[in-house]
Ligand binder design. Structure first.
Ligand SMILES: [Cu+2]
Length: 345
């Protein structure tokens, strides 16, 4: 008896550690276990329901198993064969009916939510419509109601439903914001997927590509930035403002020639790469170089000087720039900031 207690005492710290580890699972901006919006909350409810039911079943099964093992074990001196039992209608009906009941309990909310989550808000004028286009390895967000296009940071108002229509420009990707909703595949044009979500709490939420799409799949992050209505309107206004080019005319010419063939700032430029308007505010450069790696300017330099080194398989070419041009363009872009949100988010 003493020995057994000893074993339990030894296991306790491990169990406590495990509980601690699991309870610390997930960040509020990146975890399905800490839902930050109504859809994520309902998805979490479904998880809790199914895990709860499974736990009850497992506990009951193991208790019965333990009881049977102890109660009907072979006793010392026992030589006769126990009474052989074959089939029991009563038991068979019980263990067929119970799982059916459990499945019905599970299926009712699941089916209800499947239809609820599939509702189409793409014609809803009160919802913010966003066309999502996935690229190897970045995300493009177009707001047809506002005439705005951006990349990598989906800025949304906290007060409205966000209605998405998703497609891919190349291979299959999947759009997932774990703490808000998800996930939804992006298919080629003609097979548009729709989804909607809400983010009633202002904040920045992390998004991920959830479909293996190439060597930089794991680096295909994005952010959802939920702001209040006033800030959102201000953001739209600033996104539509005329382009601000580098002050130095020679640098501006280089920038126009070498960068704006693919990228856009304000009302100028191309659409092959992400729109760079307000890139100085962004939390991450190329979606993976965060403030913790360096300043925005340093990260821009790292990225522009060798994109494929940062993101293997990236379609952004290594643009031939002199050291001064690289410095000048990185500095200019790092200072290309929008004022809609000065809270530091
Ligand atoms: Cu992807």
């Amino acid at each position: 008896m003493m020995n057994r207690w000893h074993a339990v005492k030894r296991l306790l710290p491990i169990l406590a550690g495990l509980a601690l580890l699991l309870s610390a699972c997930g960040r509020a901006d990146l975890s399905t276990l800490q839902p930050q919006g109504p859809i994520a909350e309902k998805q979490y409810d479904l998880m809790k329901l199914s895990i709860g039911m499974m736990t009850v079943v497992v506990v009951i099964v193991f208790v019965i198993l333990g009881y049977v093992l102890v109660r009907f074990r072979k006793r010392p001196g026992q030589t006769d064969i126990p009474k052989q039992v074959e089939g029991s209608h009563k038991l068979e009906i019980i263990w067929t009916v119970i799982p059916i009941i459990l499945l019905v309990i599970l299926v009712i909310p699941t089916v209800k939510y499947v239809f609820e989550f599939a509702e189409d808000y793409s014609k809803d004028k009160n919802a913010v419509q966003v066309k999502v286009t996935s690229h190897q390895y970045w995300w493009e967000f177009e707001y047809p109601q506002y005439g705005v296009k951006t990349g990598q940071e989906l800025v949304i108002p906290t007060s409205k439903k966000i209605s998405l229509q998703l497609n891919t420009a190349d291979v299959l990707h999947s759009f997932w914001v774990p703490s808000l909703f998800g996930k939804i595949d992006t298919n080629p044009e003609g097979t548009t997927n729709k989804a909607y979500f809400e983010a009633p709490k202002a904040g920045v939420y992390f998004g991920k590509c959830a479909e293996l799409c190439g060597p930089s799949h794991a680096l295909m992050d994005f952010k959802v930035k939920a702001v209040d209505d006033a800030k959102f309107d201000e953001w739209v206004k600033e996104m539509k403002a005329p382009a601000v080019l580098p002050e130095d005319p020679a640098l501006a010419a280089t920038f126009e020639q070498k960068c704006l063939s693919c990228h856009a700032v304000g009302d100028k430029g191309g659409t092959l790469g992400p729109n760079l308007t307000g890139i100085g505010n962004k939390q991450a450069i190329a979606s993976v170089l965060l403030g913790t790696d360096g300043t925005v300017e340093e990260n821009l330099k790292t990225w522009i000087s060798d994109p494929v080194k940062v993101k293997p398989g990236s379609k952004m070419p290594k643009v031939p720039l002199t050291a001064e041009e690289l410095d000048g363009i990185s500095k200019y872009l790092a200072n290309y900031k929008l004022n809609y949100d000065n809270s530091g988010n």
